[in-house]
Design a protein around this ligand. Structure first.
Ligand code: GFB
Length: 323
């Protein structure tokens, strides 16, 4: 396998920092790393705001992690990306710059930085292979976030090239699962549809609103599968390319909405709101390299939606009822 280290990087006995442990991906990494023989490190924003270089340096100096997962990011769906561009570009550039530089200074052995599938050009050939990076213009609705994530990937490459740091990047597709954001103004499509279908079912509403035309195609990966892939790459990959992490299968937003309402038991109609943006027409990752390394996703979309809905019922719906 190309870029495979001579022997896998062992997490055994290592001090492993998950930056962004409170988020959807970070919390899945924490769950996954519990089955590794490593010492897990986390830090709250009150102790180290990752947008502040001195706080990040002080934390790394003190905690001395050997391996770092950079899952911290300011993220959001299509609306949040287009209405809060400054936050998306500043927060993400700052987090990546501070963590990567401080990790080098603290002699971290291995670092994995998470990208996002919006780094690839709006009209990249599908499925999108790793070498589609920087081959064309970005999708305007999320270009700010994409530019920041591209910069993070390039930082890992630059630090590998100039300083010999074993810093790698992985490129997950659209993720969903426990700890997702279900707020309709800032969430991604899948948690938004879960929250809407749940409300529509409880209210006995005749229909549910779906943004856009329903024709864009997206690929969805359950976050615990993503965390498993990230740990796999931490152990088994050392190279400069960002490695795609996905299922290799996509569906239309209409098909996704049908799957969600069926799983939740809402029997009304879907109404498409053409005044809302569609975003990029298709986003499917080419997962050939990851598959060749020996990793494939396990959770079927329908099962993942059910698991996520159960988490939503226990953690979000119950809280909003004051239970
Ligand atoms: O998941 P999403 O917000 O972001 O939207 P992207 C995906 C598609 O679902 C778009 C449609 O065509 C939306 O118009 N959609 C339908 C909805 N109903 C809804 C709804 O109720 N809420 C939302 N949010 N969408 C994101 C980027 O792009 O992809 C991020 O904005 C990130 O930066 C992420 O890269 C992976 O898939 O278009």
């Amino acid at each position: 396998m190309p870029d495979k280290p001579a022997s896998p990087y062992s997490l055994s006995g290592k001090r492993v920092w998950v930056a962004g442990h409170g988020g959807m991906v970070g919390s899945a990494l924490v769950r996954r790393l519990r089955s590794e023989d490593c010492e897990l490190l986390t830090v709250g924003r009150d102790q180290a705001d990752l947008r502040r270089q001195s706080e990040v340096e002080a934390w790394l100096d003190d905690a001395k992690p050997q391996a770092v997962f950079v899952a911290a990011a300011t993220v959001g769906g299509i609306l949040a990306n287009s209405t809060r561009p400054a936050e998306f570009i500043y927060d993400n550039l700052a987090i990546e710059t501070n963590v990567v530089q401080a990790a080098r200074a603290a002699e971290v052995e291995k670092l994995l930085l998470l990208g996002s599938s919006c780094i690839y050009p709006k009209l990249a050939p599908q499925p999108m292979a790793e070498d589609a990076l920087l081959s064309g213009p970005l999708e305007p609705t999320n270009q700010w976030y994409a530019i920041a994530k591209i910069a993070g990937i390039m930082m890992c490459r630059a630090y590998r090239s100039q300083y010999g740091c074993d810093f790698i990047a992985a490129q997950p597709t659209n993720l969903y699962g426990p700890n997702d954001n279900f707020d309709l103004a800032s969430s991604h499509v899948l948690p938004a549809l879960i929250a809407k279908a749940h409300a529509a079912k409880n209210e006995g509403a005749p229909s549910l609103e779906v943004w856009g035309s329903g024709t864009p195609r997206r690929e969805f990966l359950y976050v615990d599968d993503a965390a498993d892939a990230l740990v796999f790459l931490m152990k088994n990959y050392s190279g400069e390319d960002q490695i795609n992490v996905g299922t290799g299968r996509d569906i239309t937003i209409r098909e996704l909405a049908e799957t969600v309402i069926d799983a939740i038991g809402f029997n009304g109609e879907l109404k498409f709101d053409a005044s809302k943006p569609d975003g990029t027409p298709r986003k499917l990752l080419d997962v050939g390299r990851l598959t060749a390394f020996g990793w494939t996703a396990k959770t079927e979309l329908r099962d993942g939606v059910e698991l996520t809905y159960r988490w939503y019922l226990d953690n979000v719906a119950s809280a909003s009822r004051g239970l």
